[in-house]
Design a binder for this molecule. Structure first.
Ligand SMILES: [Mn+2]
Length: 328
């Protein structure tokens, strides 16, 4: 295990034994997809072959990213690889089954921005204070004088927009605005990206909002709000469990609410929970207590069903953490 500087990372990505396996995390998001594609565009410029892989299909909203159609499902690949790069993966498990495509002695490079990243792999480049993996890649390209063309710029900009929530979170530093400004000079339309990545709703998602909001519950003091989506609602809306994410902002965004939670029932009856906090409660610690994980302000965990039991078990814990945080 070793740390690499920018030049050495780029040298390893640009050439090596056989095609480079480019991996981003399961249930990929805008930063993971943008970062993986930016690495692909870099390889393209260097004349290096590569394979983009994920366990899950890339959500259609990212179709506009150049080469998004080149992602392949790990289950569909028989080839084995001597060199791989993982981007935006906080730990090895986040690579999912893509890790089964490693040849014996495969060299793994880990590029990430999660401060909990263990530095897994043979080489790692982890910048825990960076808002996005795409910012880590941008720094690397700039520091090494690597040209950033329109395609790569669009991928990097998308990852930055996604992980800063459209420049709204506290990770929206002056540096990242300057990076975005530089990327925008390469003929990128900010509304197109924000619309596709942050705003676009499908009819199924809109229907799920209508049904899900009927379950919105706020505690007596107005500090904990939750929504619980069961299988019947998903079925009625024609939505899948990932679509339920659109309900999360309706919890924490309520004024005065400190912790917002979204419960969703999975096809196997288990329950996935997403939590967000405003500025006092460490939801990462709560998630960790129940076998999950994440960040201080955004985290998640899983429970066995039924939905009702998961809701009461977690709410009890959250309410006591909120009370402690407010000195009550
Ligand atoms: Mn990220």
């Amino acid at each position: 295990m070793g740390k690499l500087d920018y030049e050495k990372v780029l040298a390893r990505l640009g050439q090596g034994p056989g095609p480079l396996l480019i991996i981003c995390h399961i249930s990929p998001d805008g930063d993971a997809i943008g970062a993986a594609l930016a690495v692909a565009h870099y390889c393209e410029g260097e004349g290096r072959d590569y394979v983009l892989v994920n366990d899950d299909p890339i959500p259609a909203r990212y179709d506009f990213l150049p080469y998004a159609e080149r992602f392949r499902l790990s289950a569909a690949i028989a080839e084995r690889f001597a060199q791989a790069v993982a981007v935006d993966c906080a730990d090895e498990r986040r690579m999912g089954n893509a890790a089964s495509l490693f040849a014996k002695d495969c060299e793994l490079i880990n590029i990430d921005h999660h401060d909990t990243n263990s530095g897994f792999g043979d080489y790692s480049l982890v910048e825990g204070e960076a808002a996005a993996t795409c910012l880590v890649l941008y720094r690397m390209m700039r520091a090494s004088g690597t040209p950033i063309g329109r395609a790569m710029a669009l991928c990097l900009y998308t990852g930055i927009v996604f992980d800063t929530g459209g420049f709204r979170y506290n990770n929206s530093t002056p540096e990242i605005h300057l990076a975005a400004a530089d990327l925008l000079t390469r003929d990128i339309e900010p509304f197109m990206v924000a619309d596709r990545v942050l705003e676009a709703l499908t009819r199924e998602q809109a229907e799920l909002i209508r049904l899900g909001l009927a379950t919105l519950t706020i505690d007596d003091r107005g500090r904990v709000a939750h929504v619980a989506v069961d299988r019947q609602m998903l079925l009625a809306a024609g939505a899948d469990e990932g679509d339920a994410d659109v309900l999360l902002p309706f919890t924490r965004s309520l004024s005065g609410v400190e912790v917002g939670l979204l419960f969703r029932e999975r096809p196997d009856g288990s329950v996935k929970v997403s939590m967000r906090s405003r500025d006092r409660v460490d939801v990462g610690a709560i998630a960790l207590h129940f076998g999950g994980g994440g960040h201080v302000r955004a985290a998640g965990c899983n429970f066995p069903g039924p939905l009702h039991d998961a809701v009461s078990l977690l709410l009890q814990r959250v309410k006591s953490e909120v009370a402690a945080a407010f000195g009550e």
